[in-house]
Design a protein. Sequence first.
Lengths: 94, 305
Amino acid sequence: MAGAKQNSGISAAVTWRKTGDEAVILNLETSEYYSLNETGTFIWELLAAGKPAARITEALSAEYGVTADQAAEDLADFLKDLSKLKILSRETAK
Amino acid sequence: MAQRTPVKEQFSRLSPASRLALAVFRVRAAGKPAGIPGSLFLGLTSRCSLSCLHCKYRGGAGDLDLPYPLALAALREAAALGVPKAVFFGGEPLLYPRLAELAGAARDLGLFTELDTNGQELTFARARALARAGLSSVMVSLHSPSPEEHDRLCGRGTYQKAARALAAALKAGLVTYVSSCVFSAGPGERDLRGLLAFAKDSGAHGARFLPYSPRAGASRLPAALAAALRREDPAGFAGTCLARGRRGCAAQRADILYLGPSGDLRACPYALAGLGSLRRGTLAAALRRCGRAARGPVRPCQKRA
Ligand code: SF4
């Protein structure tokens, strides 16, 4: 599985591949790469498929049995990290 | 949720696909379970387009191709075990009819894919097609910086074609290495310096120096070569069978596993003793035998059993 990032806010300089349970993301501009843990990979795949934040929160809450508030907070932290690392070029749609 | 690592600067000239493959390889290699080799070598065919004077397979290797389903089964098991890299080996792997398809299958399994070639058939068009199919890296055999000496070993005109293959692999954005056999018992530092300078000047990303050992009996060459490289190449541009700060050669550390064209498994392509057949067993079973068989002072390329 590699590469899709339709309408997702993911920077054009970013390419990625899923291997086993983890996604590896490479920023071609900085030559830095990141490996995501299982939860990060779960969110990332939805993000890359262009899902809006509300849908991702719902899915996260259902998959990991956490409250919607907790899921929203985890997602917001994750997106903030990705933005700081310049993996996201803009905020994902709310 | 994210772990971050910068990719070495020397790899910035690679195609995006090769850079991503390298990043995936580094992540998988770092997380590799204990006892799992870093590379599975697939001896795709015993056929070769050359008949190099020093080749251990010269004259007696026959005319065998590794059956495609067996190659695929090996790649699937290797990926499931956590092996990060598949090396397409021979004979000459460019003569294997389904090489591109196999490279794509290995890439899709998350394996870093490398081609170990004499380079004679590797044009830019072929390198680009293989890169598009799923190949990430090429290792081209060039045994001397002197065209005359290389041609003496491998045949007239082979140096020029191998040098062209190196340039083609680099232009196709592949991770590119020079692979050289080193012969002398105490590696002449002048020769080693020449090989290192040549590999660096070619623009390759690194080099691999293989100690050429006699068919049987202990040889000091692997250790002498590693020691000479520590002196001549402190930055580690070139690698050899013995890694810095590690005990034993790659085969003794069970860091490689070789599957030959007949389905035979060995601790290294040059190991004299076998570890069984994939037709009747699994890679995991061979690895258990490999751990037991590879220990000891004599390297597997010098020991019959
Ligand atoms: S057995 Fe060891 S020293 Fe001999 S060729 Fe293989 S890795 Fe190198």
